[in-house]
Design a protein around this ligand. Sequence first.
Ligand code: FES
Length: 579
Amino acid sequence: MPSAADHRIPPDQLRSHRWFGPDDLRAFGHRSRAKQMGYDTCEYEGKPVIGILNTWSDLNTCHTHFRQRAEEVKRGVWQAGGFPVEIPVMTLSETYMKPTSMLYRNLVALEVEETLRCHPIDGAVLMGGCDKTVPALLMGAISMDLPVIFMPAGPMLKGHWRGETLGSGSDVWKYWAERCAGNLGCDAWNELEDGIARSPGTCMTMGTASTMCALAETLGLSLPGASSIPAVHSAHQRMASACGRRIVDLVWGDAKPSTLLSSESVDNAIIADMALSGSTNAIIHLIAIARRAGIDLTIDRFDELSQGTPVIANLRPAGEFLMEDFYDAGGLRSLLASIGDLLHLDCLTVSGKTLGENIAGAEVFNPEVILPREKPLVESGGTFVLRGNLAPDGCVIKPAAADPKLRKHRGPAVVFADYNDMNARLDAESLEITEDSVIVLQNAGPVGAPGMPEWGMLPIPKRLLEKGVRDMVRISDARMSGTSYGTCILHISPESAIGGPLAFVRDGDLIELDIDARRIHLDVNDEELARRRKEWSPPQPRYRRGYGKLFCEEITQAHEGCDFRFLHAGPVTPEPEIH
Ligand code: FES
């Protein structure tokens, strides 16, 4: 990949030159307005204009360091001879956005694409990290296809409480179950609240944020090692500045995502996902990302590649440690080097080098955190794709997060028609449920909820928690937080709200789960299912106007990546006319 020393793009062919270069009325307006901001022409003339897309917000707790990081990116851009412009884009706060940030992933992707298109921008640094910000930024940038670098927010520090180390999400669910079971008092619970989120940065378990940032790096869209650096480490500031320097080179070299992404780099990302025991959400996001690049990725590829990939990251929720430990153990470069023989090492990356060159020489400094190949956490199979009459287009489970005794199970369904129904009846004395029951939640998918919230770790009734039950088979068309765990069958496709078979399950129906055989079966004969289908009518749409209506009309199913149909890869969108 070219460096600044061997420019391929002459300055007068920079995209931004169309705005600033010509001797005409429009360019006069653009230049005079740059002067209005205090910039002389010589400060940007003939230089790449670098958009710094900043997802900072006071309501995104994971990105609170981004105002400072944007300054560090700018520093790097100036150093390399570019012209930085910071542009706020909508953030996606996993914590505060309701009903779910997933409802807005595609909106941000659309905003990113059009923000890049309509402005005089030659390349961009994408600042994200909190769950859906990563796919949203990447999807938009890939569709626009300008040179970009993804700058990950970095994980927050480890949590602490009463001498214990706490992990985001995972320990919340764990201790909430203890609180529901009556084993944890108010004081202890309040102290836990004080100690679980101690710094800026993303969830420090191997949740969706850590997974997606690692996959962005493996795809070749972040600088080597960037995704593992804790948010408050000084190396993170230096990485931000390096992003600024590097993006200028990428513009001169015209290194667009389309020159970096391929089915091989996508396979690399899947293999990394499996070795990390990454979030199940990554399946949906990676399918959407790949399809934006014109790569027809299916869920079956995840199952195929998971079979040959050992889980070697000993990170919660599947394992023991947290992201800070992972960084100290060598981080993603060391993990990828450990499975180098499984990867396509000749894939190009934004560093200007191949993936193989990026990870060459990386060592593991703590083999308890990044496990040796011969002693993996799980031999293979980080994610399984199941099929059957309940999920003709597939569904997923993370076997490592499930109770081993539930890998093969047959039990009667206890069905909830939607999330509110579940909340209203789950703890009712009249509910007939045992630890052998299979909890089923309907209408929690992309259209049904809508937005496919992370409701998939369905709660266990209080009276069973009090008896010591901590896992049951749970089935839904929802997603699950990457920090969650349990025998949770997710992403049932097609979903119930559009007439998928999940809609026709009734209380007491027997459901058979055989994880190793990749099978999920509703033990009801075809005639009866056809009768139920005939009686069924879809739920009333929740939104009759606005973005919610657009979302429900255009969203695809989980196995297709939940992108909007009109945003899939297709004919090239023309550049804006400047007049
Ligand atoms: Fe932002 Fe978890 S809440 S990454």
